[in-house]
Ligand binder design. Structure first.
Ligand SMILES: [Zn+2]
Length: 275
């Protein structure tokens, strides 16, 4: 099929990859023997994106949600990473006060290595409150950074902070978009929401969008490596897990390295025009 025709079809049918609005080069998905071919978007025709990751802890924001942010920046867009806590209780050996300072410093350094910005809300680790105060606080960051796309936790998590973050972000996006909700900054509508591929949020996680992160893979890995916990000090080998997950997701998507994301059900609805 000629490229122009293929693009026209994709435009008509819609695509989860197109939704990212990332200004990357065209990528090609292959047809795997015995399987229907999946759609691949030519993203070169879209403007650079503005992506915000919103996570319970800095490790989630960078390890599980950082690659799309790095990719947006790589493509001339903007990226920001908001953590609701410092993840200060994550070390078995370093006191929370001291560890929180280390986590904040690591997040700021990692964000700058990716050309992005780290923000924090400073709720106590393990005690993220599920209330309107937190939802409006996240709403204010959304209005400040004006992301087209938000990446956050999937609700199928064993971690209560992750589940709270999922709920908070849903309502924060809603509040941010309503002009009749008066805050310091004017309303902003997030166009797309995606859930991350997080080892702690795996229950019911069903990816529908694969993002080619090959151009930013090493930069993202280097940024993650700034965190002491990346190497497994806290009991989980984040380094091995997320590095090999990018390879495994890449195998499925036919990209060298990829991250998988999940869309909310309402975002998967497609409107197909009559030709
Ligand atoms: Zn976490």
């Amino acid at each position: 099929m000629p490229n122009s025709t293929r693009r026209d079809v994709l435009k008509t049918m819609g695509s989860g990859v197109v939704a990212f609005l990332l200004g990357t080069e065209s990528s090609q998905a292959s047809h795997m023997p015995g399987r229907p071919s999946s759609s691949t978007a030519n993203m070169g025709e879209h403007k650079p994106s503005n992506i915000m990751s919103i996570a319970a802890h800095p490790g989630d924001a960078f390890f599980a949600m950082g690659a799309p942010v790095a990719l947006a920046v790589h493509n001339g867009g903007q990226g920001s990473l908001l953590s609701l806590t410092l993840g200060e209780k994550g070390s078995a050996t370093i006191p929370p006060e001291q560890y929180g300072v280390m986590q904040r410093a690591a997040a700021e350094k990692a964000a700058s290595m990716m050309g992005s910005t780290a923000e924090f809300l400073h709720y106590p680790d393990g005690e993220v409150p599920l209330n309107d105060e937190a939802k409006f606080a996240v709403c204010d960051f959304i209005r400040q950074y004006k992301p087209d796309t938000v990446v956050t936790h999937w609700k199928g998590s064993w971690h209560k902070d992750h589940r709270a973050c999922y709920e908070i972000v849903q309502d924060a996006i809603f509040y941010a978009a309503l002009p009749t909700i008066a805050r310091k900054l004017p309303a902003h509508s997030v166009r797309k929401l995606f859930f991350d591929d997080n080892w702690e949020d795996a229950t019911g996680f069903a990816p529908d969008t694969y993002l080619d992160i090959t151009p930013v893979f090493q930069r993202w890995m280097d940024a993650c490596a700034v965190f002491p916990m990346w190497r497994g000090e806290n009991g989980f080998r984040y380094n091995d897990y997320y590095r090999s997950l990018a390879v495994a997701r890449g195998c499925v998507a036919n990209f060298e390295k990829a991250v998988a994301l999940m869309s909310p059900p309402e975002q998967q609805v497609q409107h197909v025009h009559t030709l």
